[in-house]
Every structure is written in C-alpha cells, then in structure tokens.
Unconditional design. Structure first.
Length: 642
C-alpha cells in the first residue's frame, strides 16, 4: 500500500464537483455520457427530475407522470428538446419539451418486438436503439407524433458498449467471441471490421471492456489476466482507419491483481486499482518493449493515489465543515473520458492531471520532454523544465540532454512551419475556400519567440549563454528552420560580447542567422567594437544585395571610390546622385579622390548631356567652385579611376 499522506499526487478531482441528490429509496440516479448530464429522478406521486451537467450551473428541473413502471434509462437529445425514457425492455418513450418543460400530453411511445439493451442519440431528432437483434436508427417526428425507421443493421447481439466521442458502438455477438465496431451517425450505420482478438474462441466479458479515444484513434481497452504471470494487464486495440481491423497494438502491464477501472485523461490511460487505492498512468506514445509488433508499457511512474479531496458541507459555522471523501470508494462509477461519479455522496467530478507533480517524479528529462510534448497543458511545464536545465546550477553541463530536447522540440516546430508555408502557398490569401480545412497546431508548439523570451533572455551575458544559443541554432539549422530576428540579434550580441568574431563570420557565411537589412544594421551599430563586425555586416548586405546600404557604409568610411564602383555596377550611371558622392569625396580631404570623383561625373555628363557641366537640379555649385579653385589649370584628359 502506498503511503497516501506522503506521496506526490499526479491526478486530482476537480475542486468544484457537480452536486446532485444522492441515491436513496426515493431517488435514482442516471448518467448520459454523450451530453455529460446526470439525472436525479425522485419518485413518489409525480416524478421529479433534476438534470445537471456538464457544468454545475447547467440545470434543468421538471416533473413527469409516474406511468408504466420505474425508469431504466433517461437521456436528452443533443439540443435538450426531446427526452427519451425507457421503462420497459421493449419500449422507449419520447417526450417533447417546450423550453425546459415537458409537454406530457404529447408523449410518443415506440414499442418493438426485441429486447432493447440501450439507446443513444445521434442527432437532435434521431435516436439509435441497440437491441438483441441489431441496431436501428429512428427519426422522431414531434409534429406527427410518430417515430420512423431510417436505417437498420441486423446482427445478433449479446451486449454493447458505446464511445460517444467516436460515435462507435462495440457489439459483442451472441456467441460472445466476436467484437464488431459499428459507426452510428445521422442516417448512417457502418459495420467496421471486427476486433482481432488473436484467439478465435476467446470470449470477452462486458465488464472487462472500456471504449475511449487516445491520440485521435478509437481504442478498445480489454482487461485480462496474463497467462504466464497471473498478473492483470490491459490490451489496447486501436481502430487505425476505415477498412482496417482494430488490432492489439499495445499492452499495459499492471503487475497487480484485483478490481480495476479505467479513465482516459489528456491522451493518457489511467488504470485505477481499488485494493491499493492507487492509479497507474500509461502513455502509449512513449517507447516500450516491442514483442511481435506489440509494444509493452510499464507505468510512467509508480502508482499514486488521487489527491485527497475535502467536500464542503452546509454549516452554520463561518468556517464550514469539511468531509474527507473516500477515494476509490465501492460507490464510485467511472465514465469516459475522465468522469468519476459517487452516487451515494451525490458528487460528479472530472479527473485532471497534476502536471507539476508529474514533472517532479520523472527524473529522465528527455523522457519528460517526450511526455510533455503530448499533453494539452504541457507547454509551460516544458518551458519551466528548460529554464531549470539552463540555470546557473548546471552552467551548461547538460549540453547533450539539451541538444536532444532542442531536437525534439524543433522537429515538431519544423513540421508546423512547413505546414503553415504549404497553407500560405496553396491558394491566394484573398481566396477563401469553404471546403479547405485549416490544420490544427500540434499539442505543444514551442516557437523561437517562446525560447527567446522565456529561456534565453534570462541567461543573457552569462558565460555559458553563447554555447547554449549555438546549440539551439544548430538544432534549428538541422530542421531547416530560419533563425528569426530577435534570436539572431541575441546570438550576435553574445558573440560580440565574447569577441567570438570568427564564429560570427562563419554564421553569416553559412546563412545561419536571419539575413535582413535590420540585422545588418544591428551589426553595423556595433562596428565600433571591432572592424571585423563591419565587414561581416557588409558580407550580409552583399548576400541580400542591399547595395544602397553598402554604398552608405562605404561613403561613411571614406571608401568613396569603392562605393562609386559599386553604385556604377548596381544602380546604373544615370541614377547615381552626384552631390552625395562629391560631398563624401570632399570630406575625405584627399584632393586626388575628389578629383577622380569629379572627373567621373564630368564624363557621365558628357555622355548623358553632351556637356561637362552639371545640371542645376543636382545642386553641385559648391563642389564646382572647389574644383575650379583647387585645379584651375586642370586640362588633363586622363580618365577618372572609376
């Protein structure tokens, strides 16, 4: 037995359960797993019904005539406008509602010649009856006060289970050794390939079967005893697609005997063991031992109890009274995916994960990453784990672990980026197609902005920051993801701070940083630290052909002749502004440079205007005067160096 007082709890019940009238001699309780509604039916005279769910504030109250015997099953249509009630084994009553009150004078009774095992609503006006002879969908017509058959499937049935999330009924044939999934939707009944049980003569009991959805696939979970060890295990048969028989893909090793119940929570399979009052967590996405194409899984962590729950009771005392609820009670009934009902206590809870506790239990950070990447609330927990791994206490000593984690994160990130690019290029942005479906992002998506803001910024300028940043950049490059602006700037800052100019030059040379005018200007802003930075910036500008900025940089550095050559090759002779270059040449205070630049534009004027004179629009008067005063006897026809 686990010490529940000292144990960490990785699952808990919701803090505010849905309260309802508890089961008693006068009150029966029913649950509809499709609508997540709980019915408290009080008999005696008129039948009073209070419906709650799926939230505490969703309440419907009404009275019904006590006619035809005790209620066996009761369920609302999806829109809460028709109530289906089964009192007899071969009949179902349909009660139409006006608002939240029943129109008892218009009850439609549908009687059949078969034994009805149960019924499920598949549409606001369509209800499927499952009987010993098959499945039949009926359409309820309130205005005609009649029921009309829409679709039927004939098959001898011993028992059935229903998965409301997948709209699939699992039918056990009369022989007891065939499990047949049937898709039941509006006006549609589709028989799917039977579950491959391995042994043709094997019989499966209804109490040993649970239906659920795990990672988007319908799962048939079968509790059975291992023939060699005698310990219990759970077979996971997955329905992988149309035309494919559900086959045993996974086995969950419980290593316990006794009574079990199963929930699915956030794509985890939770197996509750009553004798030890503990729950075992299994994640079929994680690796395990593979035998004959079946993956065998151990629990993620040792069994732990559900977090203790105290129920507030009505009291005159300001502090109130707290009742410590019995966990794993014999009065508990579990429904999929994560519902726990204690009919005797009058409470309905949802079961949730305690992610932080799970993070503390899983010491293998790589396996923890794999786990968190599949959890709906895993993003912040994973970022918290990364913050711990780059903290000062490690000082970059966990680089192999970080490298693996970065790769796992960026593999998902790359798939999403690729999908986004496909969506953007598939059709023009101004075209909207009603048939096109936007792809859903992965369960946990950690982008560069998340890493920059929450992981890297807090360690800026620490001695090991450069190493960690380079590790992340290499991971991005491995999956062909371009580094974004903020990340590129931070990497540049760290490299400059550490005077790692050779590394900076290589990154730019191999296009591992964002190549943009903004990044190049960011580099130029730090060029006073070392001349190498300016050259790296010019290399980047050259790669993106930002010639106008390169020209400005060269002019600012006094490299007027080089700038003029580049302008001539990139801009064309007629587009070069004479005043800008003459001004830059004049600032060098080198008359030879000024003379060469001036003569270059004179030759240009001659070719373009058939005169050496400068057009007035170029506003070069002061430089003409300087030239005439400095070179009064200049009659050379020597061509300029440009």
């Amino acid at each position: 037995m686990v010490d529940n007082v000292n144990a960490l709890n990785y699952i808990e019940l919701t803090s505010n359960p849905i309260r309802f009238d508890a089961v008693s001699q006068l009150t029966n309780v029913f649950f509809d797993d499709s609508n997540k509604q709980i019915f408290a039916v009080r008999s005696g005279g008129a039948t009073g019904v209070v419906v709650k769910g799926p939230t505490e504030d969703a309440v419907i109250s009404f009275c019904m005539n006590d006619r035809g015997g005790a209620i066996r099953s009761i369920k609302f249509s999806p829109d809460n406008q028709i109530l289906a009630v089964q009192r007899k084994e071969n009949a179902v009553e349909f009660v139409c509602f006006q608002g939240e009150q029943p129109m008892l004078q218009d009850i439609i009774t549908h009687q059949v010649k078969t034994l009805i095992y149960g019924f499920v609503w598949v549409h606001n006006r369509e209800c499927a009856l499952i009987s010993n002879t098959g499945v039949e969908i009926f359409c309820v017509l309130p205005e005609k006060r009649q029921v009309r058959s829409v679709k039927a499937l004939s098959i001898s049935i011993k028992w059935f289970a229903w998965c409301c999330d997948a709209n699939v009924a699992l039918l056990c044939t009369a022989e007891g050794n065939n499990l047949v999934p049937v898709l039941v939707k509006q006006k549609v009944i589709t028989r799917l390939p039977k579950v491959d049980l391995g042994n043709p003569g094997r019989e499966v009991q209804e109490s040993k079967v649970t239906l659920g959805q795990v990672y988007g696939a319908m799962a048939v979970l079968i509790l059975q005893s291992n023939s060699s060890t005698g310990m219990m295990e759970v077979e996971v048969h997955l329905l992988n697609g149309p035309g494919l028989a559900p086959r045993k893909c996974h086995v969950l090793r419980l290593d316990l005997i006794g009574r079990f119940a199963i929930n699915t929570v956030d794509n985890l399979i939770v197996v509750h063991h009553q004798a030890t009052a503990t729950s075992l967590l299994f994640d079929i996405s994680l690796s395990g031992e593979v035998i004959n194409n079946v993956t065998y899984h151990a629990p993620i962590t040792p069994g732990r109890s559900i977090k203790p729950f105290g129920l507030k009771l009505p009291s005159l005392s300001p502090d109130g009274q707290i009742l410590q609820c019995e966990l794993y009670s014999i009065n508990w009934v579990l429904f999929q995916p994560n519902i726990v009902i204690d009919a005797k206590l009058g409470c309905m809870w949802y079961l949730n994960l305690c992610i932080d506790s799970l993070c503390n239990m899983l010491s293998d950070r790589i396996r923890l990453t794999e786990f968190l990447l599949q959890r709906s609330s895993g993003k912040q927990a994973l970022l918290k784990t990364l913050r711990q791994l780059v903290d000062d206490q490690y000082k970059g000593t966990l680089l192999p672990v970080l490298e693996t984690i970065f790769n796992k994160i960026n593999k998902i990130y790359a798939s999403w980026v690729h999908l986004e690019l496909q969506n953007q290029t598939a059709q023009p942005s101004n075209v909207k197609s009603s048939s096109s479906k936007q792809a859903s992002p992965p369960i946990v998506l950690i982008e560069q902005d998340d890493m920059h803001a929450q992981i890297f910024q807090p360690i800026a300028k620490r001695p090991y920051a450069e190493t960690i940043l380079m590790l992340y950049l290499q991971s991005l490059n491995k999956y062909n993801i371009a580094a974004q602006e903020e990340l590129s700037k931070m990497i540049i800052s760290e490299l400059i701070n550490n005077r790692s100019f050779d590394t900076l030059r290589r990154l730019v040379s191999y296009s591992m940083l964002l190549e943009s005018k903004s990044i190049a200007c960011f580099l130029l802003a730090h060029s006073d630290v070392d001349t190498a930075i300016s050259q790296v910036a010019l290399d980047m500008l050259s790669k993106i052909q930002a010639h106008e900025i390169i020209i400005e940089v060269m002019l600012g550095e006094g490299k007027v002749i080089d700038a003029l050559r580049l302008a001539k090759n990139s801009m064309g002779m007629d587009k070069i502004p004479a005043r800008k270059f003459l001004e830059a040449a004049h600032k060098t205070k080198d008359d030879l440079i000024f003379h060469s630049v001036y003569r270059f534009f004179q030759m240009r004027n001659l070719r373009q205007y058939e005169t050496l004179a400068f057009p007035k629009a170029e506003q070069c008067t002061e430089f003409i005067q300087y030239y005439n005063s400095t070179f009064p006897l200049d009659c050379t026809n020597r061509p300029p160096v440009c």
